[in-house]
Design a protein around this ligand. Structure first.
Ligand code: LLP
Length: 438
């Protein structure tokens, strides 16, 4: 692709020498997040949806450098917790560029957000249960409110992330209009919201269309554009219809990317005439996924009767998606083993790539045809920029990896590698127990 902004970046497109140099300098496992590619993804979204409010679902990657890049590119921030709101504020999102979506919000989160909105009244709180509305009102909240609706139609790469049809999320569609009207007596109701799920692929566009159409109908009903003939309720002064995120990216090397322009067109068609209301979308994965890789080093190559197992120093604690969703991530051998030829000159061999955690599920893939791996090689696990570092954890007492951001060809460590002493911080602060600093 000669275009300045290709539709997809594959793991094969990364500069192997550069990744190897970063791994040598900073150690492995190492996340590398390309901020230039992150910006390009923002730009493609903005150009496909020129009239929409584009809000980055920050849960996909909350690193400060990413948030600043996304803010500078012109996207708003959609936050799912007090912690995410806090990070977004620190990265310079404020006022009408910050949105908080509460799902069964802990009291601590509501206290925090209500306090923030007192200072920043242009923030919008999205709520999807009458109890949440009551809890906001109990805290004296009377600001901007968006009602999350359960559209009854979902989509996504896995049942565990298909939100649109899960009763946990949003007010049931057939109750949404009356709940919104009641809410308007207590809050400034500015929008309606729904989210189909995460990882919508080209073959799931019908579900997306269906969701968008329902939300368009609901909004028209609420603003009084489609009188239902009964006792006419007062129209609501809505500003927008938020149809959520979920745009999928290709993980398999041969998978077709979404045609974003076609998605945008389908969205506009399905939502119908909004009589001046804005359309909002909130993609997370699409912004960051193909801008990140996880680099890991081979430490063990073990022939077994069932095939070769390649042991690496990254595991499900660093990248949980394969273990949690059976998610596929492309893997490329970058080479680097002493006395081994360049990977391009090695035979491909079907291998299992497994991490150091004591769980069978701790595998990045089975039957993967990799240029025959040898001890000391570096492997790049691709499309790891979304829900990668974000879902990393310390299980098996594993310090989290470091992360390097690339911008304009320059590499900066943006999250240092955790040390063993970091594993016991909260325990030591609670008990005063002493540990060695290593
Ligand atoms: N808006 C709402 C209300 C959401 O709940 C989500 C994702 C998004 C937007 C952004 O969805 P995206 O564009 O990133 O697909 N950990 C899972 C994904 C969970 C997504 C949860 N909600 C994974 O690794 O696949």
């Amino acid at each position: 692709d000669t275009g300045a902004n290709p539709v997809v970046r594959r793991v094969s497109d990364w500069d192997a020498d550069r990744l190897a140099a970063l791994a040598d300098e900073h150690g492995t496992p190492l996340y590398v997040q390309d901020l230039d590619r992150t910006r390009q993804n923002c730009e493609r979204l903005l150009s496909a949806f020129p009239d929409a409010d584009v809000r980055y679902a920050v849960k996909a990657h909350t690193g400060r450098a990413v948030l600043e890049t996304v803010r500078e590119a012109g996207l708003d921030a959609e936050c799912a917790s007090a912690g995410e709101v806090d990070r977004a504020l620190a990265a310079g999102f404020g006022g009408d560029r910050l949105h908080y979506t509460a799902v069964n919000p802990p009291a601590r989160d509501l206290d925090y957000v209500v306090d923030v909105v007192e200072r920043e009244p242009a923030i919008t709180v999205t709520a999807g249960a009458v109890d949440t509305l009551d809890r906001l009102a109990e805290r004296g909240y009377d600001g901007r409110l968006c009602l999350r609706v359960n559209p009854g139609v979902g989509a996504g790469h896995h049942a565990k992330v298909t939100t649109g049809s899960a009763p946990k999320f949003g007010v049931p569609y057939d109750r949404a209009a009356s709940v919104a009207r009641e809410a308007a007596e207590r809050f400034d109701v500015v929008g309606v919201h729904a989210h189909a799920g995460s990882g919508i692929d080209p073959d799931q566009l019908d579900s997306h269309r269906e969701l968008v159409a329902r939300m368009g109908d609901l909004a028209r009903e609420l603003i009084g554009a489609e009188p239902d003939g009964n006792d006419e309720p007062d129209p609501l002064d809505l500003e927008y219809v938020d149809v959520g995120g979920g745009f999928g990216v290709p993980y398999r090397e041969d998978a077709e990317p979404l045609d974003l322009d076609a998605v945008a067109e389908a969205t506009r068609d399905a939502v119908g005439d909004l009589s001046g209301l804005a359309l909002a979308i909130e993609p997370g994965r699409y912004v960051v996924a193909d801008a990140g890789v996880l680099v890991t080093r081979v430490n063990t190559v073990k022939p077994t009767p069932e095939g070769t197992v390649v042991g690496v120093d990254a595991g499900m604690t660093d990248l949980l998606r394969p273990a949690m969703y059976d998610a596929y991530h492309p893997i490329r051998n970058l080479g680097g083993a002493v006395d081994e030829p360049d990977p391009a000159d090695r035979e491909p061999e079907p291998v299992t790539v497994a991490g150091p955690i004591c769980e069978t599920g701790d595998s990045f893939g089975t039957d993967r045809a990799l240029a025959r791996p040898a001890r000391g090689d570096l492997l790049a696990v691709g499309v790891a920029g979304a829900y990668g570092y974000e879902m990393a954890n310390q299980y098996n007492s594993r310090p989290r990896p470091a992360e390097v951001a690339l911008a304009d060809g320059k590499a900066t460590v943006v999250r240092r590698r955790e040390r063993l002493v970091d594993l016991t911080t909260v325990e030591r602060e609670a008990t005063g127990a002493e540990v060695a600093d290593r």
